[in-house]
Design a protein around this ligand. Structure first.
Ligand code: NAD
Length: 732
């Protein structure tokens, strides 16, 4: 069985159908390329063939992209010369696509050749769009749910099979930039207006329209193969093009702070490629592509954001329990979190009973869904019917009796153990024995809260991040007595709402907040030491964090920080390590500078809530030291503060799987995505160097940087985290 087959019809049109064996969507693998090339050779050589259509055997999609193992294989097969292996492999892909593009034309006169059309029934991503871009005309079925684009940048690479070079030459650098630099995906109609596809046709006429075109004796020479080709919008040496490139360079750096190698390499490939003829541009694209592939960041990003994220979403750590999909969910508390949980549950088609103390509060929670859908309708992303369908599923009430028949409860009432316990007891009186009870607490131990239930095995934490509809991670927390059915239920629910789960054990602040708090605290400590706030926040941003620690506290609010600090201190007693942090936080709280919500915090804000700059009063209280630390030292303090917490969470068994630690860190708090997550970062710098740095930092700044025993042992043995703990590698 091969993934590509060809049939030539009576009119002499050869239809090549891509149908990856055993997959619901086509994925390109090494053999696939060879099969496609063989069929193209055959069609071009066969005199009976007038032209070719490349399409898909999968309903509603063309292809999902490349099997990334192809790249790993090219690298591994080349032994001591991985870069050469990759470059040769990539140039091999270019040769096949270029063969399609030239289609047998005379290289000098551009005469001859056979028209080759791509006919896309639906989704076409990555290589699934790079192949069509090499064809002479792209037809897309009018399929509103299809996604067309080049999302490679999202996993730390860029389109390296000619997609970069062709798209820039087809659309111009300016128009291509959101598609390449942001990995923006479009439905077919938008892809047509963006100039990516050439025609959108009714799905049942797709092949007929493509065939009509193939038989119309069309001109097939690509603009960039014609003499005198000019890049739309101007090449870099053209005044307009110059402006585009200067602007793009500045914008990319402002966005990425230079922390993402792929964005920079992509821009270089585009700029340098624009200065030279097409075939040289492909070689340049290949060089930069290999440069990115050889950077450990790209493998780490692919591993965390593609392979492992998907594995977790598919239930890599799901207990072997029958299907637990949720039909009816009860949401307790219609505040900020309850309203968001209601929204995402209803959008996933579940019945939702939303309960609050007063009917107005419950109604307000339900109105959040209506507002969200209204915004979607305005932006053309939702319809009145979808809004009505979502609202129809939500019952907003104060009456606990409405919870009858719920198979999952998610409690999001005030963060107060007594209130939560009362709600738990009252809910359990009305729901059936098969109902799982979940709490969305962010700080209270699950095992303690579970004491309010007479079925602690059916009690679990489902910790959302705010805003619920935007944040993709959900942290599932097992209490001491939580049973496998509760874990399966939580995982099946998270899958229904299409988010990414991690499953951790119960301990103070679980996993995510446990790592975020030391990051924030390290930033605040530095303020007290006289480090310039701009240095602290910029150091973090240049590491790829979306916001620096001080800006983050302003967003989450100073009083929340103060509340957590007080609770932690009373729980830890003499062991409490963060007095230096509290001094700043409590002082800010006393000054009424509570962060963005009060329009004053570490930053000043204008009347519209726009950040203005650091509050001068901060420097008056904590004057900047004359000697400012080295950027690298500030960055290491911020990184190790989080990463060591992740290692301790693993050591203590809070984390059971480093993949969850890495994926969770990137999705929950934007941990330097280029690194692949805390454990991947430690692997990139190497455990021996990490331990050495910890020793230095501990000596200079205190025992919070002391090398954890696990890291010390791994450093001594020269081990890496993925070498020692990767569950996927174990399973393979
Ligand atoms: P909130 O104050 O906005 O909402 C709480 C809601 O619960 C209010 O509408 C309140 O009227 C209702 N409520 C209180 N007692 C009730 C009772 N006995 N019965 C029914 N309803 C009751 O709070 P929030 O920010 O939505 O947080 C809710 C929970 O989620 C807390 O446990 C919090 O720690 C957790 N959490 C919050 C965030 C966040 O960023 N805000 C993130 C993760 C988890």
């Amino acid at each position: 069985m091969t993934d590509f087959t060809m049939k030539t019809d009576a009119d002499g049109v050869a239809i090549i159908t891509w149908d990856t064996v055993g997959k619901s969507m086509n994925v390109m693998n090494g053999q696939g390329f060879l099969d496609l090339e063989a069929l193209i050779d055959k069609a071009l050589a066969d005199e009976a063939v007038k032209g070719v259509i490349i399409t898909s055997g999968k309903e509603g999609s063309f292809a999902g992209g490349m099997d990334l193992n192809v790249i790993a294989k090219m690298r591994d097969d080349a032994g001591d010369e991985p870069a050469k292996g990759l470059f040769d492999g990539v140039m091999g892909m270019h040769a096949i696509l270029r063969k399609i593009e030239r289609a047998g034309m005379d290289p000098k006169t551009n005469k001859g050749g056979k028209p080759i059309a791509a006919a896309l029934p639906g989704t076409a991503l990555g290589i699934g769009l790079e192949i069509p871009l090499a064809c002479h005309r792209i037809f897309a079925a009018d399929n509103a749910s299809a996604k067309i684009g080049l999302p490679e940048i999202m996993v730390g690479i860029f389109p390296g099979a000619g997609g970069t070079t062709r798209l820039v030459r087809k659309l111009g650098a300016m128009a291509a930039s959101p598609l390449l630099l942001e990995g923006k995906l479009n439905d077919p109609k938008k892809a047509k207006s963006a100039g990516v596809v050439d025609e959108v046709v009714p799905a049942d006429e797709l092949i007929a329209k493509a065939k009509e075109w193939v038989l119309s004796n069309p001109s097939i020479v690509k603009p960039w193969d014609e003499k005198g080709y000019k890049m739309p919008g101007g090449a870099p040496y053209h005044p307009a093009g110059f402006m585009t490139f200067v602007g793009a360079s500045a914008m990319v750096n402002a966005k990425t702070q230079g922390a993402f190698p792929a964005a920079k390499a992509l821009l270089s490939a585009v700029y340098e490629g624009a200065l030279v003829p097409f075939d040289t541009a492909l070689r340049i694209e290949a060089r930069w592509f290999v440069n990115v592939l050889m950077n450990p960041s790209s493998s780490a990003m692919i591993r965390s954001l593609f392979i492992n994220k998907e594995a977790l979403e598919k239930g890599a750590n799901r207990p072997d329990v029958p299907d637990q999909r949720v039909k009816k969910v009860g949401v307790m508390g219609a505040g900020m979190m309850g309203a968001g949980i209601t929204l995402v549950s209803a959008m996933a088609g579940m019945q939702v009973v939303l309960i609050d103390q007063k009917q107005e509060a419950a109604d307000k929670g339900k109105a959040y869904t209506a507002d969200y859908m209204d915004k979607g309708i305005k932006r053309g992303k939702a319809t009145e019917e979808k809004k009505a369908a979502a609202l129809e599923l939500i019952t907003a009430t104060t009456d606990y009796a409405a919870l009858a028949g719920c198979d999952l409860i998610i409690e999001a009432v005030f963060e107060d153990p007594a209130v939560k316990a009362e709600v738990t007891r009252n809910v359990l009186k009305v729901v059936g024995d098969d109902c799982i009870f979940a709490t969305n607490t962010s700080t209270l131990p699950i095992s303690e809260l579970a004491k309010a239930s007479d079925r602690p095995e059916d009690f679990i934490g489902i910790h959302f991040f705010s805003p619920v509809e935007k944040m993709m991670l959900v942290e599932i927390i097992k209490g001491q007595k939580t049973g496998p059915r509760a874990v399966a239920k939580a995982l099946d629910y998270v899958r229904q709402i299409r988010k990414t789960p991690i499953v951790v054990n119960d301990a103070r602040f679980f996993y995510c907040n446990r790592c975020i708090i030391p990051y924030i605290n390290e930033g605040i400590r530095m303020v007290a030491e006289g480090v310039a706030p701009a240095l602290i926040d910029n150091a973090a941003r240049q590491l790829g964090f979306p916001v620096g620690p001080l800006q983050l506290v302003d967003e989450t609010s100073i009083d929340l920080g103060a509340k957590i600090a007080r609770a932690t201190k009373s729980a830890m007693g003499a062991d409490y390590p963060d007095e230096a942090v509290d001094e700043v936080i409590f002082w800010m709280e006393g000054e009424g500078r509570l962060g963005r919500k009060s329009n004053v915090g570490f930053f000043d804000y204008d009347d519209k809530g726009k950040r203005q700059g650091y509050w001068p009063g901060l420097a008056a209280k904590y004057p900047h030291a004359e000697d400012q630390p080295d950027l690298h030292e500030v960055q290491h303090r911020l990184m190790f503060a989080q990463v060591l917490e992740a290692v301790r969470a693993l050591e203590e068994g809070v984390l059971e799987d480093i993949r969850e630690g890495d994926v969770g860190a990137i999705l929950a708090w934007g941990f330097a995505p280029w690194s692949g997550g805390p454990f991947s970062w430690l692997d990139i710098i190497g455990t021996p160097y990490a331990a050495e740095r910890c020793d230095e930092l501990a000596e200079k700044f205190g025992p919070r940087f002391a090398t954890p025993a696990l890291l010390r042992e791994m450093a001594d043995k020269g081990q890496s985290f993925y070498g020692r703990f990767d569950k996927q590698a174990d399973a393979a």
